[in-house]
Design a protein around this ligand. Sequence first.
Ligand code: PMP
Length: 306
Amino acid sequence: MAKLYDQAYFKDKIIPITDAKLSIASSAVLYGLSVYTVFPVSIIKAGAMAFRLPDHYRRLVNSARIIGIDTFEPNWTYEKFLKIVEEVVKANNLTENVFVRATIHVDELVPGTRSRGLSTALSIFIYEATPIVPQDGMRLKTSVWRRIPDYAIPSRAKVNGAYVNSVLAKQDALDSGYDDCIFLDTHGHVCELSAANIFIVSRGVLITPDTSSDLLEGINRQTILEFAHDLNIPFQTRTIDLTELYTAEEIFACGTSSFISHVKEVDARIIGDGKIGPITKTLREKHEKTLNGTSTTYQNHLTLLS
Ligand code: PMP
């Protein structure tokens, strides 16, 4: 279990995380009716730096909007959100890099299966930045479970309840001795991993599924596309067939909790020579530098938490 930091934000207060309690009768508990985001905070010389915080705030608000949770956005500007993030980070006297999870919970009691006009509570807590997949080459298995389509539960909304889909697929992969899964959509096209986006390199071109492929629009995915653009690496966002993975020169996953991690095997096929490929390596180094503030180009992606 990841180490949890003691001080959390919940219902207008910074309190010990063990005191932050949601009712068993709330929609958040009954239906998984909460939306969330997780962002990294790096501790560097200049201070605590949050990565792409405005984008995380926007995705959180958009997730609520998609689901029809409408009492959060009018009360929470980005500035107010930033102030609370700063307070939680300060309250925990951080000395190492962490992940911060911010969740909007529908905490109304037994309102039935609806979303509008219900009370919401924001929670923010901090935990250690341990990667969720191996960083030295992971093995993936195509899942027996398909990704929930946009017309059922939209993947671009980060809804707690929808993560049962990820749990099924990840557990199936673990049960079969793999590190994580490849989710396919209802047509058999590649979507993503259980909690990370996927990129392949095929004939020198970097390719990732487009945003209509039932995936979470990852903030690191977007960052990798920016890097590719700036580094003149040819790239495409398009539908990917499963068998394209089997012949790819490189495959990697990206996400806050996965960082940039290369894939060495898919469904018992070794990818390239099984080692990290040159494009993945370049992008991974750039990503690391961006997060730890040593890249001069992408300073605008970091928010100093005073
Ligand atoms: N897909 C899913 C299903 C995820 O849960 C995550 C992690 N948030 C990602 C992709 C990657 O998103 P991000 O780069 O914003 O962390």
